[in-house]
Ligand binder design. Structure first.
Ligand SMILES: Nc1ncnc2c1ncn2[C@@H]1O[C@H](COP(=O)(O)OP(=O)(O)OP(=O)(O)O)[C@@H](O)[C@H]1O
Ligand SMILES: [Mg+2]
Length: 245
């Protein structure tokens, strides 16, 4: 009599299952065409982020950190591989669904801020909420409170040109938090700040994200910021290595 091998039961996973990760990237490759040459920036990397986690990504200039963050934030597409937020593969979502994900579930802080020059600090901060048609008094109240928390309570009416680089960076941070996203992706969010202000801003972002069971990914060149992360990934040769667990 032959024994039948029993497979001990992992529950069946649907292809887009998140396995508990809020954000998961698998086998991600990203190449850019430059004439007849191909620049391979990301070369089959894997990444995962869980609820309540703070993860830092470090790596040399040009290694692909911003490229990766844009892909994680559904601002750019992979060449091959998958990225899923709460088990939903971006590649399966319509343009309208992706817009909604970006607007409501992800707070993105761009490396170069991208504030709208004709609007004040307060308006720049509340625009994401306005797009979601939240009532004006609530928009103003939340944006004011966020700007106060990042030390800009006296700068609400300033346009970006009348703000310092570090102040613009903090407005970009307040804007990213406006819709209370589940995941904040921040590209060098303390790069223009002194050490003390940088740590204070990090304390604040953590209080609004990982401290609330949400998640934070920071790209940084600052070892003092990376030292506070739950995990640190190094991006090198198009792949991520974990350097701290
Ligand atoms: N749209 C694009 N077309 C072609 N090449 C690009 C494009 N965007 C980025 N690259 C190239 O991809 C590589 C990675 O760029 P990326 O901006 O992701 O680097 P980074 O790690 O964020 O660098 P830094 O620390 O300087 O911000 C660079 O060599 C860059 O020239
Ligand atoms: Mg960059």
């Amino acid at each position: 009599m032959t024994m039948t091998k029993t497979r001990r039961g992992k529950p069946a996973q649907s292809p887009e299952s998140s396995n508990g990760a809020v954000l998961r990237a698998s086998g991600v490759r990203k190449s850019y065409r430059d004439g007849d040459r191909t620049l391979e920036v990301l070369r089959g990397l894997d990444f995962e982020l869980h609820a309540g986690e703070f993860v830092a990504i470090i790596g040399q200039s040009g290694s692909g950190k911003s490229t990766l963050l844009h892909i994680l934030g559904a601002l750019d597409r992979v060449t091959t591989g998958t990225v899923a937020l709460n088990g939903r593969d971006y590649a399966t979502l319509s343009a309208a669904q992706l817009d909604k994900v970006r607007a409501t579930q992800i707070g993105f802080i761009y490396q170069f801020h991208h504030l709208l020059p004709e609007f004040s600090a307060l308006e720049n901060t509340f625009i994401p909420g306005m797009i979601q048609r939240r009532p004006t008094p609530a928009l103003i109240a939340r944006a004011t409170s966020l700007l106060e928390r990042v030390g800009l309570g006296e700068r609400l009416g300033h346009r970006p040109v009348k703000l310092s680089g570090g102040e613009q960076q903090r407005v970009a941070l307040a804007r990213a938090l406006m819709n209370d996203p589940a995941v904040v992706l921040a590209d060098e969010p303390t790069g223009d700040l002194d050490q003390k202000t940088g740590q204070e801003v990090l304390d604040f972002v953590l209080s609004q994200t990982a401290g609330e069971g949400k998640s934070l990914v920071i790209v940084t060149h600052d070892p003092a910021i990376a030292a506070r992360a739950n995990r640190v990934y190094t991006l090198e040769n198009g792949r991520l290595n974990t350097t701290k667990t």
